[in-house]
Ligand binder design. Structure first.
Ligand SMILES: [Zn+2]
Length: 465
């Protein structure tokens, strides 16, 4: 352990190349690669290009939709069709696109014509527009100008706890769920009343008026998810004392489209279908739910390689993912679950991770590998992973590498890259015993290794030792 590493870490190399090497070294074509806490499609893409089959386990339907859109690009024809179907639905006899654009209507400060602002820049305490961002439909002016009296009056017309607010709250959380309602209410305040109204109208139309067109619904939900994320009040990148309110229709129609990964991807959302003998067989299973429950649905020893990063304990990110899942698919379709993570603090997190890892390792082939590679600001996630794996796996490789870049302050250098590889513990074998002394020795050995490498490269000492 420590002295001879399977894969050297090079932070300058793209992650895709790094994972391609890991996949090449530890699996063969047609093998199944499992990504148990998938956050993006980097690993899946590397595995598919090497003709492996991939299982991606994600926590929420929102994550599932996001990864799907990255794996299977939405074609331009389908996208235009979906958007025009949505635009043609009506709100009080007005086509929806005109209705939503009218919420952001303003006078161009250059040519004096009416146009829709791309964004308003607000004073966050009074939520009053002080500037606006234009792409004027009349004169082509592109940029920021001061907001005028009319902009301030229009913004004031949208009630903070108006009908749209109550509609969305009802849409997201059951009336009986008082703590869920409180959490949702707090999160909804991240949207301006105007954006909440626009998002409520769009959500309703996608759900009800396009129910006969699931293909368009799927595409629009991808863009809705993007609009939900970017449509929150965000700090202004130019002046951080202000916030930006973006035009939701503009977000919906200008969402960045993913290119896909360049090879045919056949996705299934059911593990059963993935393992059925089909021709052509799906090469990706993209499944949402609690990872431990999903892992129980996998055949024993079917996985050659398990890769990725251990989950992050981030209550706020979790809550948003749950809220957006309910927002996009309705509160019933999002698979239930509370709006706060079902974990309370460090000890329970490690225990839950341990149970999940034990279930996951049962799916790993006896000659298989579980490799976790991640960057972190502190060693907590690596500690949690080691403690969770201790009862059921052997450490094959442990590398810690401090950041290559010069730290701004001495103690910023505590973060770094972790690379921890495991093999399943054989039944006759004693799993690795984790005590504070051994763990400290392992980490120290790895740090000294890494530090001496860096010292040799840079010919100067580092604050480690
Ligand atoms: Zn103009």
């Amino acid at each position: 352990m420590g002295a001879k590493h399977l894969i050297p870490i090079d932070e300058q190399r793209p992650a895709a190349m790094f994972w391609a090497d890991i996949i090449e070294a530890h699996s063969a074509p047609d093998d199944v690669v499992l990504v148990p806490f998938a956050m993006d499609t980097t690993i899946a893409s590397a595995a598919l290009k090497a003709a492996r089959r991939v299982i991606l386990l994600v926590r929420t339907p929102a994550q599932q939709l996001r990864l799907w859109a990255r794996l299977v690009p939405i074609d331009e024809v389908g996208r235009r069709r979906a958007l025009s179907r949505l635009a043609e639905t009506t709100k009080r006899d007005t086509p929806l696109d005109l209705h939503i654009q009218s919420l952001y209507q303003t006078t161009c400060s250059v040519c004096g014509e009416q146009t829709s602002a791309i964004a308003f820049i607000l004073d966050p305490t009074r939520q009053v527009p002080v500037e606006k961002e234009l792409a004027c439909q009349a004169c082509g002016f592109l940029g920021r100008t001061s907001a005028d009296e009319e902009d301030v009056e229009r913004a004031a017309q949208f009630e903070r706890r108006g009908l749209s607010f109550w509609f969305i709250l009802e849409w997201l959380v059951d009336a009986q769920d008082t703590s869920g309602r409180e959490i949702a209410r707090r999160h909804l305040d991240s949207y301006s009343p105007r954006n909440l109204m626009a998002l409520a109208d769009i959500t309703r139309k996608i759900d009800a008026d396009l129910a006969d067109d699931p293909a368009s619904q799927h595409i629009l939900r991808v863009w809705l998810l993007h609009a939900l994320d970017a449509g929150r009040l965000q700090p202004d990148p130019i002046d951080e004392t202000r916030v930006v309110e973006r035009n939701v229709w503009h977000l919906l129609t200008h969402a960045p489209a993913a290119d896909g990964i360049g090879i045919p991807v056949r996705v299934t959302t059911e593990l059963e279908t993935f393992f059925r003998k089909l021709d052509p067989a799906p090469n990706v299973a993209l499944v949402a739910g609690p990872v431990r429950r999903l892992a129980r649905g996998l055949p024993e020893e079917c996985i050659t390689l398990m890769v990725g990063a251990p989950p992050v304990l981030d209550a706020d990110a979790w809550t948003w993912e749950q809220l957006w899942s309910r927002w996009v698919f309705g509160r019933g379709a999002a698979g239930g679950g509370g709006l706060l993570p079902p974990i309370g603090g460090w000890t329970r997190h490690v225990r839950a991770l341990g149970a999940t890892m034990a279930t996951l390792l049962r799916t790993l082939h006896p000659d298989g590998h579980a490799i976790f590679h991640f960057h972190d600001g502190d060693p907590d996630r690596a500690h949690a992973l080691l403690m969770a794996m201790a009862p059921c796996a052997r450490i094959e490789d442990f590398v810690y590498q401090p950041p290559v870049a010069e730290p701004a302050h001495l103690f910023d250098a505590i973060g770094g890259t972790y690379h921890i590889a495991f093999t399943p513990a054989q039944p006759t074998e004693q799993p690795f015993l984790l005590n504070a002394h051994d763990l400290a020795a392992t980490i120290e050995e790895s740090v000294v290794d890494a530090a001496s490498g860096v010292v040799a490269d840079r010919a100067e000492p580092l604050p480690y030792g």
